[in-house]
Write a protein that binds this ligand. Structure first.
Ligand code: BDR
Ligand code: CA
Length: 304
């Protein structure tokens, strides 16, 4: 039995690698993809997501989501992923269109029609998930759990303390973290370790057409470099689904700072239990890096 998942994403070059894994890891059944504004505008993330689905000839429905965070203006990460959000590869023209309903309604419909609970995976800002939970709390019963790439128990990568996905929409993240959903957080504590080595990256063009395409995108990705290795942040959320034994998790109380002048978007991870609050998040704090790399190599080989 494959695990049914819905993937909310803002492609994004590391998102593209995670989408490959969601499509080609044999353990997973990708039922719906939704896009959100984050790395670039939602028009661009939707265009990128459709190009990837077309590239892989995948029949997965896609719905476009929120164009901006709940209350703040969008700040993007074109400096990491390029102006298009997926710089470096010329994708073929196609006629694919997103569904005629917004992401949070498409997710609601998928959840309400699913005969079994579905795992939500969110690898961009949490805007769509917050909208889903506030507008349609009745569908929470059919969410198996939410696995996110986001946050950090230590330093940030967007502000000194805040990780990009949480920093872009802290109000959404705060709402989601307080929702009572079972949440697994793959933050920078593990994703900064999830580095593909220069030697491995150099082998990608000979692997298959997916390897060729990813190698071109990776050459334009700025979370690391082809010379020093590349951080596969979003791929960690998918890796946890299929290889949970590679991760060390700790149940913690996690609050999202929404007020601080310098700290908005920080995930305050109470590892020592100093605040005396019940744990609301399973926080990934450790990663078997060699095991992760072996899984990535195995999974990319399965792609066309
Ligand atoms: C996260 O920020 C984005 O730029 C990446 O796609 C990833 O989701 C890493 O902080
Ligand atoms: Ca992302």
């Amino acid at each position: 039995m494959r695990l049914p998942i819905i993937l909310d994403t803002d492609p994004g070059i590391d998102d593209a690698a995670a989408i490959a894994a969601a499509l080609f890891a044999p353990e997973l059944d990708l039922q719906l993809m939704t896009t959100v504004a984050g790395n670039v505008s939602v028009e661009k993330t939707t265009r990128n997501a459709l190009q990837l689905l077309h590239f892989w000839e995948a029949n997965v429905p896609l719905a476009q989501g929120a164009a901006k965070p709940l209350v703040r203006p969008l700040r993007d990460a074109a400096y990491v992923h390029g102006q298009s959000g997926m710089e470096g590869y010329d994708f073929m023209e196609h006629q694919r269109q997103p569904l005629e309903k917004p992401a949070f309604i498409a997710i609601r419909d998928a959840l309400m029609h699913s005969p079994e609970p579905v795992t939500l995976v969110a690898i961009g800002p949490l805007t769509n998930i917050a909208l889903l939970l506030s507008q349609y709390p009745e569908c929470q019963f059919n969410i198996r759990r939410l696995v996110i790439m986001g946050g950090s128990a230590g330093r940030g990568n967007f502000t000194p303390n805040a990780e990009f996905n949480i920093a872009i929409d802290p109000e959404a993240a705060a709402q989601v973290f307080q929702s009572g959903l079972e949440i697994v957080m793959c933050g920078l504590d593990v994703t900064n370790q999830a580095v593909l080595t220069p030697d491995y990256l150099a082998t990608l063009p000979t692997l298959n057409k997916t390897g060729k395409m990813l190698h071109s995108l990776f050459s334009h990705y700025r979370s690391g470099s082809m010379q020093s290795g590349l951080r596969m942040h979003d791929l960690c959320a998918i890796a946890w689904l299929v290889r949970p034994e590679l991760f060390t998790l700790k149940p913690c109380f996690v609050a999202v700072e929404t007020q601080g002048t310098y700290t908005a978007g920080t995930t305050v991870v109470d590892i020592e239990g100093r605040l005396g609050q019940p744990a609301n998040v399973q926080v990934a704090l450790g990663l078997d890096v060699d095991g992760f790399r072996a899984w990535v190599a195995e999974m990319f080989r399965l792609a066309p």
